[in-house]
Design a protein around this ligand. Structure first.
Ligand code: PRP
Ligand code: URA
Length: 209
């Protein structure tokens, strides 16, 4: 069964409060999305395997630990997921980045795919799907289905704000995918927006409204 991790770290919660504020500028919003993604990445990668190595410090030989070379990929759901990529890549610089373009049809709220470009060896990689918003869960579920069709077996989903319907959908559609959020909000409104949420993440990252 998948697990839901809600990150209540004070730094994440502080940044999230600024993100939610409707008066926060595009510049600050964009920076904060990247910073929160970096902090969440730090937590979500806690289970990465390590191997022991010997290094020589200026003083003596030391046994130390390094990442065991697991292949990783970050896959943002376009557009808003792009805002989380830099924060992730800053933490795991050798990861590959794939892109899945989905938008929600405003009438049906169903995800519509318009772009996909993945690393050729994506099936061998542990994948972190990133998207700030997890509302009905339609986009996240479609992205995971798509990645599984490409052979991916180890997927984690990282979002900034989630809502109960999305978590219910993911548990049903992808019980093998763990979900990481900074907050689980109360509900969705009639337009499928998270309440209280932060509004339209893509528009706020790119200044398109
Ligand atoms: C937003 C968001 C998610 C999706 C979440 O994207 O970035 O991808 O909605 O909603 P869901 O859980 O109900 O699928 P949007 O469709 O607004 O596209 P954009 O990123 O291009 O703005
Ligand atoms: N997409 C967004 O950008 N915001 C929401 O609240 C829900 C979906």
């Amino acid at each position: 069964m998948s697990e839901l991790h809600v990150y209540d770290h004070p730094l994440i919660q502080h940044k999230l409060s600024i993100l939610r504020d409707k008066n926060t500028s595009v510049k600050e919003f964009r920076e904060l999305v990247g910073e929160i993604a970096g902090l969440m990445c730090y937590e979500a990668t806690r289970d990465l395997p390590l191997e022991e190595v010997e290094v020589e410090t200026p003083v003596a030989k030391a046994k130390a630990k390094r990442l065991a070379g697991k292949k990783l990929a970050v896959v943002p759901i376009l557009r808003a997921g792009l805002g989380m990529v830099d924060g992730m890549v800053a933490m795991i610089p050798s990861c590959k980045v794939g892109h899945i373009g989905l938008y929600r049809d405003p009438e049906t709220l169903e995800p519509v795919e318009y772009y996909c470009k993945l690393p050729p060896d994506i099936s061998e990689r542990d994948v972190y799907v990133v998207d700030p918003m997890f509302a009905t869960g339609g986009s996240a579920s479609a992205a995971c289905t798509f990645l599984k069709e490409h052979g991916c077996r180890h997927i984690k989903l990282m979002c900034i704000i989630g809502a109960p319907p999305a978590w219910e959908k993911m548990q049903k559609d992808h019980p093998d995918v763990d979900v990481y959020v900074a907050a689980m909000d109360e509900k969705l409104n009639d337009h499928g927006y998270i309440v209280p949420g932060l509004g339209d993440a893509g528009d706020r990252i790119f200044g398109t409204k």
